[in-house]
Design a protein. Sequence first.
Length: 65
Amino acid sequence: MIHLNYNNLDDETQERLLSMSKKDIEKRFGEQLRNYAKKHIVNYQTLLEEEAILNLYNYKYIFKI
């Protein structure tokens, strides 16, 4: 088995996973993030991307070759 983290993946895979993570974060926490962004005058898209990246580092990628 090979254990990888997000940084070890190729750019295309990183982009695909980031897109999936953004959708997941928006679905689960979208309203809370919008309220936070509005209250603290923060760009929502930037906040969403930061949370999506943090979410990606919680995953463990294991491949069997």
